[in-house]
Design a protein around this ligand. Sequence first.
Ligand code: ARG
Length: 485
Amino acid sequence: MKLISRYTMMLLTFVVLLTTAVPVALASGTTDNSSSKKLVLGTSADFAPYEFHKVIDGKDEIVGFDIEIAKEIAKDLGAELVIEDMGFDGLLPALQSGRVDLVISGMTPTDERKQSIDFSDTYYKSKQVIMVRNVDKDKYPTMAELENAKIGVQKGSIQETIGQKIPGAKLTALDKISDIVLQLQTKRIDAAIVEDTVAAGYLDDIIGLAAAVPDEEQAEAAVGIRKGNTELLSAVNGTLERLKSEDKINQMVTDASLLMAGKVDKNIFEIFWEYKSFYATGVGYTLLLSALGVIFGVIIGLIICLFRLHDVAILRWIGTAYVEVIRGTPMLVQLMIIYYGFSLSFGINFTALQAGIITLSINSGAYLAEIFRAGIQGVDRGQLEAARSLGMGRGAAMRYIILPQAFKAVLPAIGNEFITIIKESSIISVIGMVDIMYQASVVKNITYQGLNPFLIAAAIYFVLTFILSKLLGRLERKLSASDRR
Ligand code: ARG
């Protein structure tokens, strides 16, 4: 009894340490923008010429006239500008939770948005247009013909609201403008609602403009700032006023339009070669994420497994509940809770990397716990009885007799879990983790190609998992050879 309770105490302390210390240790890496002179800009860099990706001297950079404005604001504040690129509909939560200090993303100051954030004076005005395939141009002379059409819009944008007002229209709301254009090219949608300045960059022999949207839907753009941050608000307005008086903004728009990427027609090998550094970075992060995910996952899995096999009922219950809940909910949902939920509700701001590692560990912990349990229960009961009859305590029998055999038996299953994690880690790209999957999307956005960037990603994932499974096969053979000695 004494032994058990000591064990229980040790386990509990360990779990408490792990669940509190690890996140805190990981979280200490987050940027604290109040003390250091950093200005974190949130933007959705899919909106040329406002903000977009462009390879300059072999490096991916975010450029555009919004970015130039942000640089001027940072300069006036004497701060260093840091850019966070994310989906347009992630910008408001990012600003509210303090993940970014300001949002410049061609964002229109609507009444609805004004309820959750503040806006600067407006700095730009644009019209709404309808993009269609050139062959369909005459089908849509006015907005009225869009009734019942399949229409693409950006998720969370005012274009989505305009689309919702069209009777019978089937809306496809996507994260990135480039995705919408791809959908239009591939005939998944009939039309897309976008701003004229942005549409200009996509017009070619396939895509053209149809009906004009009535003028009352004109959209202005302003800088979004967290409610109550009046100091930043007046600083931003000051900079905007200066830029307007120097007639700089028009100049910036012209410059950015010139910078806008021409379309590139390259084959898969050329794309791979040109963007190899992107993919290399992606591989680094994918491996880092997966390795740490497995390591912490093994630790969590062992603890949960011991809980599940414990004599104390409440621990058994906790172990079972953990496994059932984690296995019974999608990893994407868990990721959203850890990344956005913790930040909005408890003020714990994990970086994308931290949130990714935590999600993967928690998740694989549940699966590994089951693998370990199967391993331990698979060891013949007689082994335990024999050990006990030789005078070994329960703990010692576990450590020296059961666990080594169990471990060997479950090694292939652990290997499979590692391979699964490498693939599953691609989910973390949705929060902006620069893994292989994320880099593939970036390359897609730059090259306007929908297939090749992902084929390259698939090949890379395959090579990684294939090498890993060969290595694991070797290790297994080694271990079983040592058995036969
Ligand atoms: N002006 C529109 C809005 O506020 C669209 C802005 C989209 N911006 C972007 N960076 N994708 O809803």
